[in-house]
Design a binder for this molecule. Structure first.
Ligand SMILES: [Zn+2]
Ligand SMILES: [Zn+2]
Length: 280
């Protein structure tokens, strides 16, 4: 069982979530999703990407992620099985997320061209395109939820090669994804980003926007909560935000898969102030 996704994690999500007053329906949904992803991760098992050491070093030296889309050996049986389960789960919570878009509904297989476009952060293929922003977000969430277990497995295999002091890019060194949460480490308070797609952690500058790379300090700021555990970093240049956890202020073991959910109120506050998540 991968750390951060087991039964203990689901219990912790339930207990902590209820304590801070998150709606039980929302918690049920996320428990269901983490459970499906955890099972898929076990089915996928350990992966052995066939990338030569020299290629790894070249990519890192040029600030390029360790793996490209074509090098990922998707197990499509597992991916498609998870896809149908994810669709079913989302469709049970249409009051929270909206109806499943027609482009994905009643399909047994995930559109591979959509997976590729999502991975490369390109617009969806024209046959699956839509002008509806909510629909786009939901399609993105479904693809993300379905592909994540595969990417997490690749991250486990590859993240050890990253030389943190040398990377410091605003994209994930393994998959090239963007971060959706950050943390300040216990000792010196250095800021680390966590990949929204594969959960790889990487060291990043503390005073630079991880989305537009703005480093004009007059346009960067952060807010903290009463306990100083959570921070909301905002950038006035691109109007994006990232949530962060200050590890110096807590002794709790932090599990990012559930922290993303436990901090949903911070996302709501940020949106109310007119900021957008950096991954949107
Ligand atoms: Zn990643
Ligand atoms: Zn910015």
């Amino acid at each position: 069982m991968t750390e951060g996704r087991g039964n203990g994690t689901l219990r912790q999500l339930d207990e902590k979530g209820k304590k801070i007053g998150l709606p039980s329906r929302l918690l049920d949904f996320y428990q269901g999703l983490l459970n499906l992803q955890s099972k898929a991760e076990q089915q996928i098992g350990k992966v052995n990407p066939d990338i030569k050491k020299q290629v790894i070093n070249e990519r890192l030296a040029h600030g390029r992620p360790l793996i490209t889309y074509n090098e990922i050996a998707f197990n499509w049986d597992i991916v498609n099985n998870l896809f149908t389960q994810v669709i079913e789960l989302f469709s049970h919570y249409s009051d929270l997320f909206g109806e499943i878009p027609n482009s994905l509904n009643k399909r047994n297989t995930i559109p591979r061209n959509l997976v590729k476009a999502w991975y490369k952060k390109s617009p969806p293929p024209s046959s699956l395109a839509t002008d509806d922003a909510d629909e786009l977000l939901l399609v993105d969430a479904i693809i993300h939820a379905t592909i994540k277990p595969t990417l997490v497995r690749y991250a486990s295999a590859l993240s050890g090669f990253v030389q943190q002091e040398k990377w410091k890019q605003n994209i994930c060194p393994v998959c090239g994804g963007l971060a959706d949460i950050a943390f300040l480490e216990e000792k010196e308070g250095a800021r680390w980003l966590v990949c929204s797609r594969c959960d790889t952690e990487w060291l990043y500058k503390r005073f630079e926007c991880p989305y537009c790379k703005n480093n004009d300090q007059s346009k960067l700021g952060y807010f903290t909560d009463d306990d100083s555990i959570y921070r909301l970093y905002v950038c006035e240049e691109c109007r994006k935000y990232i949530k962060a956890i200050d590890m110096r202020a807590t002794e709790d073991k932090i599990l990012f898969p559930i922290e993303r959910i436990l901090t949903i109120n911070i996302d709501n506050q940020a949106r109310e102030e007119g900021y957008e998540p950096g991954t949107s």
